[in-house]
Design a protein around this ligand. Structure first.
Ligand code: SAH
Length: 347
């Protein structure tokens, strides 16, 4: 039997073309598009004829995944989702509640091939990239989970995977997310985090999307960065920073630097001073992250005192910086931890 189609991958126009192929009138595209984006199953699409619903159900997916399990934090309003894809692969998403509303952190790939030394997502390599419709399904399922309580207003591409290693699908996803007949989510409320794929950062700068770019920096120089991020060997800092500067110049958006403080590696005051030099003259914000401990990794988080000293040093050098609030630490908040635990118990 041929593979089922993932209808959420399609734009409204493409959906129209598909419906035409199966001899359906054009106006059905908008109806179907709306239902799909609300996470409604084919069987419940009440204004579509029964035969069409049955045909769609045989040939296509309404939602290409489901929530396998949800893990509400006991400490705050964070919920971690384990999603089961149509091919039984598992991915994670994290729903967080802020004063400005709900924000969902989504995965863009199943696993990751970037190999960062502190990250759990990359431990089993990359199984495959997610399609645009699968990323959209993460948001739709979180909305369905929230029900009357609200909806996802912000999306961060910071779960498992390297979004710029899945460039075309991510771009398609962003355009679908923003569509007025779909979720209609403003791209100003979207952040994309990358380990620093230079060519793709430049390409993204030219797309004029209005999203915020986060760069996982984690080190103020190549000597330290190459020890924890293999990608740093391919793209030295001066190249990555050149692309980031271009991004800021072209989009007018400030860039966010992610910096996980690791004991004995990148967290001394001299590293903060070096970081301040990198950031000088650039519209940016530094997000300091106390390293989330990953069982399989030897790296340890910097002490709370070292974190504070690092923050104070940056501030004294006029670099905008904050320490990221830890959310959902009791539910395996760090990338890839939950999926990995689940894979281990399934073996
Ligand atoms: N591949 C992308 C997005 C996924 S990772 C990227 O590299 O940016 C999302 C963020 O979490 C990145 O900044 C990543 O470096 C960070 N991260 C991964 N594991 C972590 C851990 N154990 N502790 C703290 N931050 C971690």
């Amino acid at each position: 039997m041929p593979e089922k189609r993932i209808l959420l991958d399609l734009t409204q126009e493409e959906l129209g073309a598909y419906l035409k192929e199966i001899s359906q009138p054009a106006f059905r595209a908008k109806q179907l598009y709306g239902w799909l984006n609300h996470g409604v199953a084919f069987s419940d699409m009440s204004n579509l004829p029964k035969e069409l619903r049955e045909q769609l159900d045989r040939e296509c997916y309404d939602l290409p995944m489901s929530i396998q399990q949800s893990f509400p934090s006991q400490k705050d309003d964070t919920v971690k989702f384990l999603f089961r894809c149509h091919d039984d692969n598992l991915i994670e998403g994290v729903l967080m509640r802020y004063h400005y509303g709900y924000s969902l952190c989504i995965s863009t790939q199943i696993g990751c091939k970037m190999g960062c030394a502190f990250c759990a997502s990359t431990l089993n390599g990359c199984v495959r990239s997610l399609s645009a419709g699968e990323m959209l399904a993460e948001v739709i399922l979180a909305n369905r989970f929230l029900g009357e309580k609200g909806h996802v207003g912000h999306v961060v591409l910071m779960g498992s995977g390297e979004p710029l290693d899945n460039y075309d699908a991510v771009l398609r996803f962003l355009r679908l997310l923003n569509h007025k007949d779909g979720l209609n989510l403003s791209l100003r409320n979207v952040s994309l985090s990358t380990c620093g794929l230079t060519e793709q950062i430049r390409r993204l700068a030219g797309e004029n999307l209005g999203i915020t770019l986060s760069l996982s920096l984690h080190a103020p120089n190549d000597a330290i960065r190459t020890q924890i991020m293999p990608v740093a060997r391919r793209y030295p800092l001066n190249e990555v920073m050149g692309a980031v500067r271009e991004y800021v110049k072209l989009t007018g958006r400030r860039v966010v630097f992610e910096y996980a403080l690791i004991d004995g590696l990148n967290s001394r005051p001299e590293h903060a001073r070096e970081l301040a030099k990198l950031a000088a003259g650039l519209q940016c914000h530094v997000n300091l992250i106390p390293l989330n401990r990953v069982e399989e990794r030897a790296l340890r988080p910097a002490t709370p005192e070292a974190v504070q000293t690092f923050l104070k040093t940056l501030e004294s050098l006029h670099v905008s910086a904050t320490v990221r609030r830890e959310m959902g630490s009791d539910i395996g908040g760090a990338c890839g931890q939950l999926r990995r635990r689940h894979l281990q118990t399934e073996q």
